[in-house]
Design a protein around this ligand. Structure first.
Ligand code: BG6
Length: 369
């Protein structure tokens, strides 16, 4: 049932092109416009939404963080991301104009379920982004947008994460189209670009031998840092989480701009640091700012493991290793930049002889508070 792979995680990493493709399937009409009939919330109510709160835990919460950047950019609706267990007990500001979007692979995470129930009591409209048909969270929500990643068995989430991000993009583009803002006209074009991503993930998966090699040489590493900016920031945190979960290595993800405000103190000779570099066409010159960050930490002796787009030569002088990802537009990059970090954690865990699919102390779905 592992389809020829040694572990479920490896299988699921390799199923990601399909997970993304299936999640996009059937969500556009012949003209390329988005159709989400399944949402079952009246269009009028969706047009009136004044704010969005995303509730989730773990990896799903990082998908929510990516969604915040995309949905705010495309719809201009303010989006907040709350860890579900914090949301429930912080007297959240929620009313009838609030759309609460939960993200959960299993649909059974108790913390997330409680947050959804609480939001409904407060009068919010609730949408579940979920991978498991007929599970509890979709049943307790007003509407559901299913991710079609297929069953995920490995405890550490991989294909469900990319499918969640994909579903969030779809929701954001749909809302943009519905509300007719300045991005409404672009929704089709972004959707068309999304359709090209599965093939790009496929190509990327075939090019990661060097990442595996790096990981195998790092089995004795005690700490790894991850830097990212804008949508690369949650990717950095997800990369760190994967390494904690699978290889029991202390790992932390930072926003690259935060480096000088503290984390740079951790840089000493030989410290491995992954840097998720935004594409050169990212607005506000963020690419150049992150390249400067790489330069700064390299000057202090860090070992820089740089994830950068094909053709981005600016990173080369400051990189100990360059891991290339195919080009896509800046907002969609997490669907690609996450993949090498998953493979890195998988390979390092394997090199340490650990149980990749069943890491210690973790459960696939936590059904207690
Ligand atoms: C954790 C799992 O306990 O729950 C994570 O180990 C997962 O992998 C998180 O991201 C949330 O789970 P779900 O099913 O709500 O997406």
């Amino acid at each position: 049932e592992k389809g020829g792979y040694d572990t479920f995680m490896e299988k699921e990493i390799n199923e990601q092109p399909r997970a993304v493709g299936e999640t996009l399937l059937g969500r556009t009409d012949e003209s390329g416009a988005l159709v989400l009939d399944e949402l079952r919330i009246p269009e009028e109510a969706l047009r009136r939404v004044g704010r969005i709160t995303i509730v989730a835990c773990g990896t799903a919460a990082y998908a929510g963080m990516v969604a915040k950047y995309a949905i705010e950019r495309w719809t201009r609706i303010p989006v907040e991301v709350a860890l579900a267990h914090e949301f429930r007990y912080c007297d959240p500001i929620v009313d009838e104009q609030t759309l609460v979007v939960s993200i959960s692979q299993s649909g059974e995470t108790m913390d997330t379920l409680m947050a959804v129930k609480h939001a409904r009591e407060l009068g919010a409209q609730t949408i579940a982004i979920c991978n498991t048909h007929g599970s509890t969270i979709p049943r307790e929500s007003d509407a559901v947008l299913y991710t079609h990643a297929g069953p995920e068995v490995a405890v550490a989430s991989t294909k469900a994460f990319l499918a969640q991000i994909t579903a969030c993009y779809v929701l954001g583009l749909y809302l943009a189209q519905l509300r007719g803002g300045s991005y409404a006209d672009d929704a089709k074009a972004v959707m068309a670009e999304l359709q090209e991503v599965p093939a790009k993930i496929e190509a990327l998966l075939g090019s990661l031998d060097r990442v595996r090699e790096i990981a195998r040489f790092m089995a004795d590493t005690r700490a790894v840092l991850f830097l990212g900016r804008q949508v690369g920031f949650p990717v950095a945190m997800e990369g760190a989480l994967k390494l904690k979960e699978l290889a029991y290595i202390h790992a932390e993800g930072f926003a690259a701009g935060e480096l000088k405000h503290g984390p740079i103190a951790l840089i000493e000779p030989g410290q491995p640091v992954f840097i998720v570099v935004p594409g050169p066409d990212t607005p506000h010159g963020l690419h150049g700012k992150v390249v400067s960050n790489i330069q700064e930490i390299r000057a202090r002796g860090a070992r820089t493991l740089v994830i950068a787009q094909e053709g981005d030569d600016a990173v080369v002088p400051f990189a100990d290793e360059v891991i290339r990802v195919p080009r896509t537009s800046p907002m969609l990059q997490p669907l690609l930049t996450t993949v090498p970090l998953q493979v890195f954690a998988l390979e390092l865990s394997t090199a340490k002889g650990l149980d990749v699919d069943q890491p210690r102390n973790l459960a696939k779905s936590v059904t207690v508070e």
